[in-house]
Design a protein around this ligand. Sequence first.
Ligand code: NAP
Length: 310
Amino acid sequence: MEEKSKILIIGATGFLGYNLAETSLKFGHPTFALVRDSAFSDPIKSQKLQFLSHAGATLLKGSLQDEASIVDAVKLVDVVICAVSSKQTLDQKLLIRVIKQLGTIKRFVPSEFGSDPIKARVTELDDGYNFYAPKIEIRRLVEAEGIPYTYISCNFFMKVLLPSLAQPGLEAPPRDKVTIFGDGNTKAVFMKESDVAAFTISAVDDPRTLNKVVYLRPPGNVYSLNELVEMWETKIGKKLEKLHVLEEELLTKINGTSFPSNSKMLFIYSAFIKGDHTYFDIESSSGVNGTELYPQLKYTTVSEFLDTLI
Ligand SMILES: NC(=O)c1ccc[n+]([C@@H]2O[C@H](COP(=O)([O-])OP(=O)(O)OC[C@H]3O[C@@H](n4cnc5c(N)ncnc54)[C@H](OP(=O)(O)O)[C@@H]3O)[C@@H](O)[C@H]2O)c1
């Protein structure tokens, strides 16, 4: 049997990174995590680290600002997966320089894990903020350095908008009134974060995903707002009153606030009005459909997720 690659996770104390580290171990990869000193004194993060360590992960102290720690960590592995938050996207530059200099990494997965930043139609806001620019800058750098890569385009994490049925300001799905943004017919994609991790770890040793974007759009997880509301109405046995917010109105609201306060409205606009998750077909020269590559991976569907909220 082919040996499993050794995987370094950067961001293992974080939301997605922890899922990635857990899954990497579960799938039998020797797993390493580069962890900042401060995480060990944080009660929740230290518990996560203890769990990973007991499960077999090797914890390495270091940070994306500490070159020597990155060099030592990268030397130990075949694959690097970075899962720092979107605010820290550009902090990956030193890591990329180290990966290039060492020249030993078989696959690098930079921290993306959202809409495809190249395809996104929603880019610059009135205040000049561009959510995708740093992610595009990192892609360009990785490609210019000739580093073997895989980008994971998983669209929405379920925890972000699904618990409120894409209603900014709510923490749970509505039971009386619901706001439909735009005409409500544009489809978005939702992925449970542990499933994003399973597809990511499956992709890192796969020659079919080398220098490709892996798009996650599984059947059962691609829905318009109208379809989501209808599904929820069926589950709770009640029709909701529909309020409508048109594109112009939503844009005015987004531009009247700055990022990140407007982030939920921005993501709703991007996915449910502009169709950033689904308006394009996957081009075989640059992308692959993750669900088709790994049909054996069972994933949580939107319907199953909504069942947990009834
Ligand atoms: N598609 C979606 O709906 C969606 C939603 C959320 C996030 N995302 C994407 O998922 C990715 C991960 O985001 P997340 O929310 O899971 O992140 P997160 O929970 O904020 O975790 C960030 C992790 O990065 C670590 N980190 C930060 N700076 C570091 C440094 N200088 N050196 C080493 N480690 C450092 C943190 O470590 P400490 O414990 O030391 O702070 C933490 O483990 C991002 O690309 C983000 O854009 C997508």
